[in-house]
Ligand binder design. Sequence first.
Ligand code: NAP
Length: 502
Amino acid sequence: MSSSDTPSRDGEADRRHVRVLIVGSGLSGLGTAIRLGQRGITDYVVVERGPDVGGTWRDNTYPGAGCDVPSHLYSYSFAPNPDWSRSFSPQPEIEQYLRTVADRYGVREKHLFDCAMTGARWNATEGRWYVDTSRAAFTADFVVSAAGVLAEPKLPDIKGISSFEGKIFHSARWDHDTTLTGKKVAVIGTGSSAVQIVPSIAPEVEHLDVYQRTATWVMPQLARPYLAPERFAFKHFPWLQRLIRALIYIAREAFVVTQVKYPRTGLILEAVGRVKMWLEIRDPQLRRKVLPEHRIGCKRMLVSNKFYGALDRDNVDLVTDGIAEVRAGSIVSEDGTEREVDAIVLATGFHVADSPTFNLYTGRAGRTVSEAAEAEGYQMYKGTTVAEFPNMFFLLGANSGLNYTSLIYIIESQINYIIDALDTMRQRELQSFEVKADAQTEYNRALQPKMARTVWANGGCTSWFLDNHGNNSALWPDFSFKYRRMVRTFDLDAYDTVPRAR
Ligand code: NAP
């Protein structure tokens, strides 16, 4: 790691000063590090709590893990990969891709691995952040929170769950030392992770109970391996891969029409979902159980060619009665049925809008990000900056998520904004910026009405898109290219600034 070693004192420890400190090295943090380097900003450090780059793609190693966004779109625009083996990439390939990219751009030496950020506080006098980590202490002119939205497993609060005596683990913390072969297994949850896990383990387990709280629409996937001549063409004619990427991007934007602009058009997709159910499930009772009661897109659509077939197997039961209690060796559903189980997989999702890292940043007013969100709702300015938190950027912050296409597109858009902000701060000789509270309020006031007619608000479901206040604080309610356009340049007018001391 190379950072300028300007010592600084906060009354307790020597600290290294860096211009930019990035928290997390998943797709967001790694991408930021690379782009900073390309821009000639080399005085930065990335603190990563895990042993390597990769974030959610390093952590989610469950059987069947893969991406349900097509491979050519699911990569950095500046680092296309002609070697994808399939049209939808399996997790090991994406993890390897991120490692390769980190090596190719030489950013590993800027990382501190196995290094958890433990606290960061804004020092208004000095106009910089004091950041503590498990391995070193820093001051930083700017902090980039790239801790990820799919980083912190959400564990269900079910009566008796701590008394379970078999193996129990979350999908993002798969216990590879435990073999499920020949065991009685329960999977709790039927989201995007579960639909990949269930078909992968069903053939090997003795019996599988899948606990479904809410049925969700499942769409087919045009998945296939790439042939050697195709990979040859991607390698030697890069324009071809770029063209395919552009076509996939445009096709995916069509989902904005069905979810945001004209939700009734989603009925066409629902018809596809119904046909799929009829074709893939023999048991009429099971078909009724998996038929969603909400409009398609209200919850994130699932994508799988194998999930229904797995549920239809003789050794698999779909339990829809709700879980009353977990006992030492069994799960009791609300109708009183007790089912024996040796291992439980919690495919129950993640803390998205309430990342534990938000407790660790203390801003200008002495409040943490969590406390500010608790008081005012989880909201940001353009999904990247927050009032009271000067010189700080959030990647994939409030209302910058997408549920139908590659999040890398949003991440790269936000990195553009960060780079332009840093350039602006340097050119104008500014020490700090803080988004004006009224700019943030106005931005969100204009944003929420766009949610009103979306299927996320009217589709008849609850989802992790909605926060504790019932607001959709997760998703961007428009075409993604409009988001990119909005954050193309750093709009200094929306910020209060302090000049650099001379
Ligand atoms: P998720 O979508 O949040 O699904 C969690 C599941 O657990 C839901 O079915 C939920 O039911 C259920 N659940 C939660 N708490 C429960 C409880 N106490 N009792 C019973 N059921 C409970 O989580 P995920 O499947 O891990 O996916 C999270 C996100 O990761 C996805 O939305 C997606 O963005 C991403 N992901 C992407 C891919 C990909 O291929 N790109 C793959 C996997 C994941 P309810 O529906 O009733 O809440």
